[in-house]
Ligand binder design. Structure first.
Ligand SMILES: NC(=O)c1ccc[n+]([C@@H]2O[C@H](COP(=O)([O-])OP(=O)(O)OC[C@H]3O[C@@H](n4cnc5c(N)ncnc54)[C@H](O)[C@@H]3O)[C@@H](O)[C@H]2O)c1
Length: 299
């Protein structure tokens, strides 16, 4: 499913929808896209930050970026942001599901000595809402928009990119919600890439190790920096996103970056032979039940 041809064409004139565009990866990505002549719909819950960034990009005579306030956890707000984007730029070629936050505590700290005096409480799923549901809303928007628009000059209806993380593959005992979200994004990406294969749609993810952004405090990043643990360059990360745009046929890639090293994280094939017959049949049966198979030539 994945190839590594990359894009060989100019992206100038294409249009991107970037969530979390006011800061960090989303901002760096938006800046690079504008540099390459791509128009950008910059979506963020931080209205002021996002407007400042768009203003910075719009210094010339042409409007190359618009800032739209939206909380990605709200389907209605994301949909409205898309409508603003289409009104401004005509269509969206690339959706970047990027907005995210760090771990928020979901359960009270484990303490059997006081537990019986405390009520059992509903978990706080804020991390999951932003990092998983919010990104899936962007994906749902992208896939339905692509379904409704004609192929562009590169031969694609559109491309979806999701910001994963090395925590899509590795666990962290103190970040159960972040790791659950990022692992979910990875599996969604691989499933969607397979389902939409050959339909003028590609789905890929970029999964960096730690970068000093506003996702964490300056003090926390200093601790990593002092130990030489903050060496993944932002521009290398941005280049990975850019590499699968345009006429690139790459699909289903989990492009991962640690320090200067970039690799495609492999699918875990442990015990696949024993499990595959059941999994393949499950895929087929679920396809019939849900109606997905209607789309498949090999149904
Ligand atoms: N920084 C890292 O080390 C790192 C590593 C791997 C993956 N990531 C992922 O990269 C993505 C971007 O993170 P970043 O490091 O650039 O962080 P950041 O805090 O610098 O930027 C995130 C942006 O998303 C926005 N945002 C947060 N919640 C939102 C919501 N509900 N609706 C709309 N906008 C929202 C914030 O306002 C902010 O502008 C996240 O998905 C994060 O999990 C970050």
């Amino acid at each position: 499913m994945s190839s590594q041809g990359g894009s060989s064409v100019s992206l100038s004139g294409d249009v991107a929808f970037v969530t979390g565009a006011a800061s960090g990866i989303g901002y760096a990505l938006s800046r690079k896209l504008v540099e390459l002549g791509v128009k950008v719909v910059m979506v963020d819950v931080n209205e002021e930050g996002c407007s400042d960034m768009a203003r910075e990009f719009n210094r010339g005579t042409e409007t190359v970026a618009i800032a739209v306030k939206a909380n990605t956890c709200s389907w209605d707000e994301q949909f409205a942001a898309y409508e603003r984007g289409v009104k401004a730029f005509g269509r969206i070629d690339y959706f970047f599901a990027n907005a995210g936050i760090s771990e928020r505590q979901w359960l009270p700290t484990f303490d059997p000595s006081t537990a019986s005096s405390r009520p059992i409480t509903k978990p706080a799923l804020t991390t999951l809402e932003v990092d998983l549901i919010g990104q899936l809303y962007t994906a749902a928007l992208a896939l339905q928009v692509f379904e409704r628009q004609e192929v562009n000059r590169h031969g694609f209806r559109g491309k979806l990119l999701l910001t994963a993380s090395i925590y899509s593959y590795f666990t962290c005992s103190t970040m159960p919600m972040y790791t659950a979200s990022k692992a979910g994004i990875l599996h969604f990406m691989r499933s969607a890439a397979k389902l939409y294969e050959g339909k003028g749609v590609t789905v890929n993810s970029v999964a960096p190790n730690l970068l000093a952004t506003n996702i964490g405090s300056k003090e926390a990043f200093k601790v990593f920096e002092a130990r030489g643990l903050l060496r993944t360059p932002m521009d290398l990360v941005v280049r990975q996103f850019i590499s699968v745009l345009g006429d690139s046929k790459d699909n289903g890639r989990a492009i991962s970056i640690n320090d200067e090293e970039v690799w495609d994280h492999p699918v875990d094939m442990t015990r696949w032979e024993e499990n595959s017959k059941c999994c393949d049949m499950m895929e087929y049966m679920t396809g019939i039940r849900t109606g997905y198979w209607k789309w498949r030539e090999d149904a």
